[in-house]
Design a protein around this ligand. Sequence first.
Ligand code: FE2
Length: 343
Amino acid sequence: MDEPTIRALRNVTFFASLSDDDLRHIAKFIGKRTYPAGHVIVQENTQGDTFHIIQEGKVEITKRFEDGEEMVLAVCGDGDFFGEMALLEGSPRSATVRTLEPTTTLEISRQGFVSLLQKAPLLAYELMKELSVRLRDTDAKMIARLQCKNEQLRQAYLDTVTAMANAIEARDPYTRGHTDRVTTIAKAIARRMNWNGEQLSSLEVGALLHDVGKIGVADAILRKPSPLSAAEYAEIKTHPEVGRRMLQGISYLESAIPGVLHHHERYDGRGYPDQLSGPGIPLAGRILAVADVFDAMTSDRPYRRAMSPQAAVAELERGAGTQFDPEVVVAFIRAWQSNDLET
Ligand SMILES: [Fe+2]
């Protein structure tokens, strides 16, 4: 995309805070189109996979109700956006968007967004965060007017951040499948500890995202086949705090923070980041610690072969009371003996 278009991007408030480098990166995934007045850009109930930012012009967003009445939900102008859910899910469009005057939009397709997630996850995350702030406003209006289901939005956030977590996992071939397995194991432990549905769903989000903060750790460190230097290890150790910062402020994901932040604490207080100990560590963190270490021990790593499950369970028992919460280890062993850990 040419410099004038990058300048145009800069004038859209949505992108105002991004650096020139970031804008150039985003520009690779953006198309630009001008529609005549009266043109239907998005048709309700049809499939669409494009997110639009209005560079110049005016559109109206309408929805048709079951009784056939069409209601104008909003009139949007320069810098506003629509079709954001198209980036997040594949369900049919919930409203119609029609131009009220000749309108130029900048467009990102879901495929473009996925490429951005893979090539520049941090940047995609920044966009997502901006979107989430705006969606909260939109969401408040939508809930009042359309009784939009909160759960759908929560799922959309979860899908997006999970895509980010998967992008991180894909950087390190040795951790492939790790996130899913940790999630299954953590839930099996929590069920043994009689957690209810809501607690389980927060734990699930925490498990899916426990290492999301590794987004900021260099590939050279994440994939290093030999032991890490002290400085490299210090960088790895920032990931729980980075993860916390990423989830803070996203209301649908905040309840997962205790697990994300504290999955590397140790029962004896010698873990990180806060050196919490015993019951002072949120239980989600104590459960994720056991699930995370068990899966790591039973997976191949560049510098060692996988341990057998029996040997890994013996290690957990040895660490009960020092590295791990003994009650969590007991719950884990019960779940393991009952074959509850299969994915
Ligand atoms: Fe971790």
